[in-house]
Design a protein around this ligand. Structure first.
Ligand code: OSB
Ligand code: MG
Length: 369
């Protein structure tokens, strides 16, 4: 296939309710939908998961646009593509910028699957028809509010509760949630807000029978995480620290984590995500699919990757209605009793609501050859 045209749709979507993490508060989401078209007129969609501000990692919407326009799109259009796995090799000279790489690679995977009349899940080697879903709960103003929200999601059937923590909003809150819900799966995510000086907090969290503690320490660390993991029983899960198969190998060898949150955007695309998945499968490391408050386009990609066999734990792939009044895909992503059924139409399996996209669009850039 030969890419003939790439359109960058910049969207602004308001979240139904604000989402607070240790690094900042989200009230809305600004991101790019990437549309690619080939010589036959087939199209594919990808989503860039970068935020407006570089608070989770170093990328932003502006860096994504720059790197796509000036480097990655020209490379993607330069010559025919026989298989999407070729792209990570083609992009290799461009250092990092994983979210930008993943955005265009994902769109081309969707297009490739549609050309083959296969679902994206089948095309990448997925084996599940249904995936289990957990939910990520932002930092709340009060414990009463948090307990109410957890109760609501438990009743909806979500398979595990992930609760965001930050210094001062951690052990006491989670202890109360555990007290009220002795039997549910609970995990916490610190988004790198702590250091080893906070060991006493992790020692206490270690008594609450948590599934895992996600990214407690620095975003670029694997050494201190290994020191912490050696002292607690609760598995550490790495998110921010893992950008590649090489990172995953080193973290596993050092004992920095027992679980990996795979976000396709953070590791540069589906090809790299599959390599990490395969390595973890071989070494008995559980993986699950994280989220970046995506629209339905990104979430549909997340559902596809979650059908790989070693995605053994429920992901952050909650349904469209958890985030948006109306999502930009048809059908929307629907969770029933904590489970998503994988669509069986080609590619990502969800159509784009073109007129809704246009009404949410703040900028558009077209690159054509
Ligand atoms: O660390 O997983 C994270 C949201 C924004 C940035 C980072 C993270 C998150 C979430 C929510 O936890 C994931 C989602 O529901 O899409
Ligand atoms: Mg995380």
């Amino acid at each position: 296939l030969q890419i003939k045209k790439v359109t960058l749709h910049k969207l602004f979507m308001k979240l139904k309710s604000p989402f607070e993490t240790s690094f900042g508060l989200f009230k809305d989401r600004e991101f790019f939908v990437i549309e690619v078209e080939d010589e036959t007129g087939e199209i594919g969609f990808g989503e860039s998961v970068a935020f407006a501000l570089p608070l989770y990692n170093e990328e932003t919407n502006k860096t994504v646009k720059h790197v796509l326009e000036d480097f990655l799109i020209p490379l993607a259009m330069d010559k025919p593509i026989h298989h999407p796995d070729e792209l990570s090799e083609r992009f290799k000279t461009i250092k990092r910028n994983y979210m930008a790489k993943s955005a265009i690679e994902g769109a081309i995977w969707d297009l490739y699957a549609k050309r083959r009349q296969q679902t994206l899940a089948e095309t990448i080697g997925g084996v599940k028809k249904e995936i289990e879903v957990g939910i990520s709960i932002g930092i709340q103003d009060s414990i009463e509010e948090l307990l109410k929200i957890v109760d609501g999601y438990v009743k909806q059937g979500y398979k595990r509760m992930k609760i965001k923590i930050k210094p001062g909003r951690d052990y006491e809150l989670i202890r109360k949630v555990r007290e009220k819900f002795p039997n549910i799966s609970i995990m916490v995510d610190a988004n790198s807000a702590y250091t080893l000086d906070d060991f006493s907090i992790f020692a206490k969290l270690d008594t609450l029978d948590l599934m895992m503690i996600e990214q407690p320490l620095a975003h670029d660390d694997i050494i201190d995480h290994a020191k912490l993991q050696a002292k607690i029983n609760t598995p550490i899960c790495l998110d921010e620290s893992i950008h590649s198969l090489e990172d995953a190998k080193k973290a596993i060898e050092l004992g920095s984590c027992k679980i990996i949150n795979i976000k396709v955007g953070r590791v540069g695309g589906i090809t790299e995500a599959k390599k990490i998945h395969d390595y973890c499968q071989k070494h008995g490391i559980d993986v699950w699919c994280g989220g970046m408050l995506e629209s339905g386009i990104g979430r549909a990609h997340n559902v596809a990757i979650s059908t790989l066999a070693q995605f053994t734990l429920p992901g952050d792939t909650a349904g469209s209605s958890r985030y948006w009044e109306e999502d930009i895909v048809d059908p929307e992503i629907e969770v029933r009793n904590g489970v998503i059924s994988v669509q069986d139409s080609p590619g990502i399996g969800h159509k784009l609501k073109r007129s809704l996209l246009e009404s949410l669009r703040t900028e558009m850039f077209v690159i054509q050859n």
